[in-house]
Ligand binder design. Sequence first.
Ligand code: ATP
Ligand code: SF4
Length: 325
Amino acid sequence: MTSFFEVKNLQVTYPIHGGILGRQVGAIHAVEDVSFHILKGETVGLVGESGCGKSTLGKSLLKLIPANRGEVLFENQNILALNRNEFQPFRKRIQMIFQDPYSSLNPRMRIGDILEEPFTIHGLCPKAERKDKVIELLQIVGLRPECYEKYPHEFSGGQRQRIGIARALAVRPDFIVADEPVSALDVSIQSQILNLLNRIQNDMGLTFLFISHDLNVIRYFCDRIIVMYLGRVMEILTRDELLDPHFKKHPYTEALLAAAPRAHPDKVRQVKPLKGDIPSPAHPPSGCVFHTRCPEAKDICRQQIPLLKNKVACHFRERDEKTVA
Ligand code: ATP
Ligand code: SF4
């Protein structure tokens, strides 16, 4: 099957400035040599602890943060190589949903005007038809038509996330990057928003990259899961593989699973949750970046970077190519 979206050897760093002259004295390696693909209509999860580079990766796919190196192929076109004008048609097709939509909703604008904006920017439909389109959008995300006249402060967190979703859907995108869309919400509201995203994904056939630090949210929503640690991909696995207690996973994936509380914990799994903090991405450990916390680390792990081979990056996880999804 051909990829709809493909990332090849992506690297994103942030410069560290220091000294009296403010020269660059180092760099934070937020995303390091990351490669993966997404098929059309697929929902791929991106999971890892806070600070592992998930948001940076998500934003760099939309060119909101510049990448140092690598390619992002959207229908085989490297969008990183496009200038502003050339990128414009793709910009409409890729939308982002953020953790806190409130910060990006202008408090002085009515919701109706906020949601009409994308139509105006992209010149999408005649002015006279825009209000109807916005009311249709409000209904899709479960809000009443009267919300058109209201202001952002009049809504709860869950309702504001519905507005954020409506704004992303306004331009009829093909691909949505959702960055922690439910992590700021109460648990009861989280499931409502996840159900909404699920329904929209099914009804509109959208492709999703779903970013979350919460494996429980990821396993509810995603077909495949990319596990990231300190800027690197540790493993890519299907939901079935993730849920199969007999599937030999990357030690970091095992540790994340052990740390995620579950309604029905596996009796088979006996991995201790991770101890210690994630090292600084300004000075990532040598060899396997996970070796300072990995319970299975050996000498080779400190010396050689394990390549992502057959969807797993670990010196001690050989996988047969034929069995890899
Ligand atoms: P979180 O869930 O906490 O947002 P994350 O996995 O999304 O974490 P990023 O936000 O992408 O991770 O951050 C990756 C690394 O890059 C972190 O060490 C972070 O401190 C650093 N970082 C992120 N944004 C910037 C920035 N604008 N300037 C400098 N460093 C940054
Ligand atoms: Fe652990 Fe070594 Fe595998 Fe890294 S390569 S995950 S340190 S066993």
